[in-house]
Unconditional design. Structure first.
Length: 210
């Protein structure tokens, strides 16, 4: 594998895992009890305690920030408009999360965006394998959630040639003009994915949009 290919593949893994290694330095900045109140009718974001529980660490969160996150969430980043807002979450271990929310100008526009994001996630593993031959990706469709205008949950497991193995759960949901994407990731395989807990988190994220 060339140096350039390894750098590109490692950049992808940084995006797909959303791990806490970098964010853990700031672990004391926002405790799990911090609140994100609605302001002017804006959608509320998940609180740390609403994420899948970690067996040996609390969750922490950064502020709600206007604009696209960097790195972008896996497989849906190209479709996210610049008017997005996001919030990052991390633990003291090897688990992290990201929520990105977009409020569109109309309900039909939000519907189209949600459908585009779902289509991108449904094709996620194939696109990763096509763009990054150093990485093997497999995915599972965990189905629809009955919440507001609906949400869909997917799981993606990636393994790099040099041995890194990561599992991510992702959801796309909509309520009226608001669309939200939630990504949870940690080192491990699909067997380590907290699917039931994440489904509750994904439903809560949609419930909090309005």
């Amino acid at each position: 594998m060339t140096v350039r290919a390894r750098v590109r593949a490692r950049a992808l893994l940084a995006a797909v895992t959303a791990l806490a290694a970098g964010a853990a330095v700031a672990v004391t900045t926002v405790p799990a009890t911090a609140a994100t109140p609605r302001s002017g009718g804006a959608p509320a974001f998940l609180e740390p305690a609403e994420l899948p529980p970690h067996p040996s660490s609390d969750w922490y969160a950064g502020p709600v920030t206007a604009g696209q996150p960097d790195p972008l969430p896996m497989c849906v980043g190209d479709a996210l408009p610049s008017l997005a807002s996001h919030r990052r979450y991390w633990t003291e271990m090897d688990t992290g999360a990201l929520q990105v929310t977009v409020v569109e100008r109309s309900t039909p526009r939000a519907h189209r965006l949600a459908e585009l994001l779902r289509a991108d996630l449904a094709d996620c593993a194939r696109r990763i394998a096509e763009q990054y031959p150093d990485i093997t990706a497999t995915q599972k469709d965990y189905g629809e959630l009955d919440v507001e205008e609906g949400a869909h949950v997917y799981g993606v497991h990636t393994v790099a040639e040099w041995g890194a193995s990561d599992v991510n759960l992702l959801s796309v949901g909509r309520d009226d003009r608001a669309v939200t994407v939630v990504q949870w990731g940690q080192m491990g395989t699909s067997e380590h994915a907290q699917v039931a807990d994440f489904k509750q988190t994904a439903a809560t994220a949609v419930d909090k949009l309005y």
